[in-house]
Design a protein around this ligand. Structure first.
Ligand code: FAD
Length: 503
């Protein structure tokens, strides 16, 4: 019988980073991925030869010595990545209805302060306090800083701080408040819910340094996969795991849809924790735990328009735009049929040939799963019985045109630059990633009850571990740190963290 040291279910960034670490440390790993393409949300697709990202538009922390740089350097990814540094004076520009200004969030803390103080000269002290607060908060997270011997107590205090209260306590200037959280779609910021540490860990990484992947984020997955194979690991695509069989509280094998069994000493699941519990047959996992995990609320899903642009029509930007309607920055997810969309983001994917003009752009906004519920039993297939059908196409077109109208208010003439477009909805994400509702970032964190959404990488099945965005925080950085946490738990010591820090 072929027995691996570790079988990893799912090849999202979390699963691949686990595979990369463990295979480099001498474990014989096997990754099982249900899709044809590896990478989960790192996947790309192309239309008219333009490459689009499905779920990674920019990444932070990749300058020499920064956290993601060190993880990727240790994994042999850094020297192979094709990156473009975003505009140092503006990785994100915040734009607001009824306001002609573009407010810049810049890279480097002093630059960030200077650029915002140009627009808010009386608020420099508040902007500085905001930056200090972010840095102080981030310093409390040991793994984020690639530190060993960290204690839970270090961060316990900040887990219950909420983003909205922290921001409003720093400045009474409502425009500045809106600009500081203007890109809160990065974490689905909600008042009375989103912990400040989520805001801090994510925004800090982009202020430290912001990057786009040239020709898309799937290259991260491909490089990791190549390195895993070089380290004797195996990756099987089109392999959906439907069962994790256990005996006496120990996982024995994972089984795919064809009944093929994959035996291992350790199992890591990169899929949603509730889905993992659904396929894990064991009495040691209590129904109360299964229920708790299943009932945790998720972040909202999204609707995206992927546009192939006419040649030499739309300038290429090395920054993103985040738009919101004045006064609505905290309510973007609470839209109604009448006022959707309350905000959107624009991303410009760079290709190797991109020059002064953009070849493509993506418009992103929120969409609740219930809007596509009428088609929830359909799939993206040519099979007439289960295909999504003409009403779904009409729905997507209707929504796309409303969103384009909204974007044209700030970018008049955009429609004239469109060669063609496609859209993706909560159902696209549900089916590509294999979650329940196409949720953007998985389980939503809540500062009022931090332990409720805390999910340990360990499970009651002693050799079954969890990883990915739901275990720590989301994003390429968050899920990579989640993978590090999982590997530390599996290996049983923190030596790996030192190796990464010193890579
Ligand atoms: C629209 C959108 C935009 C985003 N933008 C950014 C961004 O700009 N920057 C950033 O850093 N992050 C961004 N994110 C978030 C980021 O992409 C995710 O947090 C991260 O990629 C999640 O990684 P993961 O390890 O949790 O795995 P996932 O990406 O969730 O992958 C899980 C994998 O498991 C596979 N799988 C599921 N079930 C099974 C099964 N039964 N058997 C085998 N395989 C299975 C899936 O096919 C998938 O490949 C964005 C996300 C979305 C949706």
């Amino acid at each position: 019988m072929n027995r691996y040291d570790a079988v990893i279910i799912g090849s999202g960034i979390g699963g691949l980073v686990c595979g990369g670490i463990l295979s480099k440390e001498g474990y014989r790993v096997c990754i099982l991925e249900k899709n044809k393409q590896i990478g989960g949300s790192l996947q790309t697709f192309s239309r008219e030869k333009e490459i689009f990202d499905s779920g990674v538009h920019y990444v932070g922390g990749l300058e020499q010595g920064q956290n993601l740089y060190q993880i990727f350097k240790y994994l042999g990814v850094m020297d192979k990545l094709k990156l473009q540094r975003m505009d140092e004076d503006a990785f994100d520009k915040i734009i607001i209805s009824n306001d002609q200004k573009e407010y810049c969030q810049a890279q480097g803390y002093e630059n960030f302060i200077r650029r915002l103080a140009d627009d808010f000269p009386d608020e420099e002290a508040a902007i500085r306090s905001y930056c200090d607060k972010i840095k102080e908060t981030c310093a409390r997270f040991p793994l984020y800083n690639l530190r060993t011997n960290g204690l839970y107590e270090e961060k316990a205090e900040v887990l219950t701080e909420d983003t909205c209260s922290v921001i409003t306590s720093l400045t009474g200037n409502t425009k500045l408040q809106a600009v500081l959280v203007g890109n809160n779609a990065l974490y689905v910021g909600k008042p009375d819910e989103t912990p400040f540490y989520i805001h801090a860990l994510i925004i800090n990484s982009y202020i430290e340094s912001s990057w786009k992947c040239i020709n898309g984020g799937s290259q991260i997955g491909k490089i990791l996969a190549r390195n895993i194979r070089e380290n004797n690991g195996e990756i099987f695509r089109n392999t959906e795991v439907v069962k994790i069989e256990t005996q006496n509280g120990t996982a024995v094998y994972a089984e795919d849809t064809h009944g093929k069994r994959y035996y291992a000493h350790h199992f890591i699941s990169n899929i949603h924790p509730a889905k993992t519990m659904e396929i894990t047959h064991s009495d040691v996992i209590k129904s109360i735990y299964r229920r708790r995990i299943r009932n945790l609320p998720h972040t909202i899903s999204s609707f995206l328009i992927h546009i192939v642009l006419k040649r030499d029509c739309m300038p290429y930007h090395r920054h993103n735009y985040y738009y919101h309607r004045e006064g609505e920055i905290w309510n973007l997810a609470d839209y109604t049929d009448d006022n959707w969309p309350l905000g959107y983001a624009l991303f410009f994917p760079p290709s190797a040939k991109t020059g002064a003009y953009a070849d493509a752009m993506t418009i992103f906004t929120y969409m609740r799963y219930d809007e596509v519920a009428p088609w929830q039993h359909t799939f993206n297939t040519v099979n007439a019985e289960t295909s999504r059908g003409a009403t779904y196409d009409a729905f997507k077109k209707y929504k796309a045109e409303i969103l384009l109208d909204c974007v044209e208010e700030k970018f008049p003439g955009l429609r004239n630059c469109i060669q063609s477009y496609t859209t993706s909805t909560p159902l696209s994400y549900r089916d590509y990633i294999g979650n329940y509702d196409g949720s953007l970032y998985g389980i939503a964190k809540d500062y009022k009850d931090p332990l409720k959404t805390f999910i340990s990488p360990r499970t009651k099945v002693r050799n079954l571990f969890l990883t990915g965005q739901n275990i720590n925080i989301h994003g390429v950085l968050g899920s990579s740190i989640s993978a590090l946490l999982t590997c530390v738990s599996l290996i049983g010591n923190e030596k790996i963290v030192e190796k990464i820090r010193n890579a």
